[in-house]
Write a protein that binds this ligand. Structure first.
Ligand SMILES: [Zn+2]
Ligand SMILES: [Zn+2]
Ligand SMILES: [Zn+2]
Length: 194
């Protein structure tokens, strides 16, 4: 989740204008929704905006996200553990993602370099490398020790810290990873079971 203040519709209107796009209620609604809910799929956006008037058909939502992506107002990502493309308004910082392989929740992680391509392969086959698409896959804290955490969506204490596979930090019961030398089991946080 981003801590940024939500962008105003004036902000989106001026961006649409700058790209030569017509400012429509549908585009503003979609941009506002994605800004507040990063990494939304078209179907999630459609469901979330179903109550809006005028209603948007699934096809209109698809058209809007495609147009806005094409014009550089949205970034589309296709993480391996998501069924469909996801959209976000956080652009131009080459940030990467970490996704839980169990519940498929996804979070932003900063790029150490901040610009693409931040990684170059040992051989490029004479291609000019444009970007490296990096998705870290891991297991979120809620999935790693489900007995110790509430269900997803319930805000339990500090923000969950996603752990990338291979660089996990043991925050609860240790996973059965053979290269984990010693299991650190810190004291459990205050847990309330309803
Ligand atoms: Zn998870
Ligand atoms: Zn993102
Ligand atoms: Zn990077």
């Amino acid at each position: 989740m981003s801590a940024r203040a939500p962008a105003s519709s004036e902000h989106w209107s001026s961006l649409l204008h700058a790209r030569g796009l017509r400012v429509t209620e549908g585009r503003l609604s979609v941009l506002g929704h994605i800004d507040a809910h990063p990494h939304s799929s078209a179907s999630a956006i459609h469901a979330a905006l179903a109550e809006r008037r005028p209603p948007l058909s699934p096809q209109s939502v698809h058209n809007i996200v495609n147009d806005l992506t094409e014009h550089g107002l949205l970034r589309r990502i296709d993480p391996p553990d998501s069924d469909s493309a996801l959209y976000e308004t956080r652009l131009h910082d080459n940030h990467h993602h970490v996704q839980c392989i169990v519940c498929h929740c996804i979070e932003d992680v900063d790029c150490a370099v901040g610009a693409a391509p931040c990684i170059l392969p040992p051989q490029t086959h004479s291609m000019r490398i444009i970007e490296a698409t990096v998705t870290f896959r891991g297991i979120c804290t809620a999935c790693d020790c489900p007995d110790a955490h509430g269900s997803h969506g319930a805000a339990t204490g500090p923000e969950a810290t996603p752990t990338a596979a291979g660089s996990r930090s043991a925050t609860c019961s240790p996973p059965s990873t053979r290269d984990l030398h010693h299991a650190r089991t810190p004291p459990k946080k205050g847990i309330s079971i309803d």
